[in-house]
Design a protein around this ligand. Sequence first.
Ligand SMILES: [Zn+2]
Length: 303
Amino acid sequence: MQAIAIDVGGTSAKGAVVDQRGKILYEKKVYSSDWKTPANVLQALAGLAQDLTKKGKQIAGVGLGMPGPCDPHTGMINFTPNLPFKKPYPLRDRLQKLVAMPVVMHNDANCAALAEVTWGAAKGASVAILIIMGTGVGGGVVINGKIFSGAGGQGGELGHMPVCYADCEHVCGAGHPGCLESYLRKEEIKEMGQRALHKRVSLVELEDMARGGNKKALSVWQDVGKHLGVGLAGVLNIFNPDVVIIGGGISHAFDLFKKQARDEALLRSFSSIVTHTKFVKARLGNDAGKLGAAKLVFDVAKR
Ligand SMILES: [Zn+2]
């Protein structure tokens, strides 16, 4: 059995044929420059799925990793800032009709978390938490091999946990004052770098400087760890996970802020919970979303 997996993004949709061992057998990408309406997106995804189906065999269905809030139970996709969905749209059901195969969907961070538990850094964990640090901060919760995303399918948004009570000067991409993302998104870390070093630096430079022994650069990463640890304390208290996985572009520097994150979590959570938890870097990189979407298909096919 094989699955078609599509990681839908703001600028492109990356599709793959995936086997049950999590191996990517074939890949194809389409660009989103002509996606002006929901129907355009639907047609593009159907075309991509049909092309990929020809490259695979025994295709069990299509899994979609979506770049915004969607409801895996109803198959509706909601307002998504970087795609032309302005109101709820029945993407799953319409795509299912066009491709004549089962279609399953989740948001991309949830898919990535499922992939890391199935084939990646948290293989076999019964309770695993993924935090993806990049342009925004995403999250995913996997419990006993299943994504936990709440009643409406939109839970697990760990990046939007409030971590500031009053006079919160930072605002996240979704407009929340003082959520974890407002402190930890890429642009904010760059600004922390600029404040510390009195010049504009890229994140690669900030990392290199810290590794080269620059104390100011290193202190920026340590602050990143402290902010992350405040959020993690909340997550650990609620879920008592086996593993916390840190993914996304920022995770490249995880070793520079891992200790501070754990120490801060220790201050604010029960030590027996924190010591139970392994803190690891994600292993599947950019393939995680696709692999998780494929796993969704295999899980539905086995039922
Ligand atoms: Zn937020």
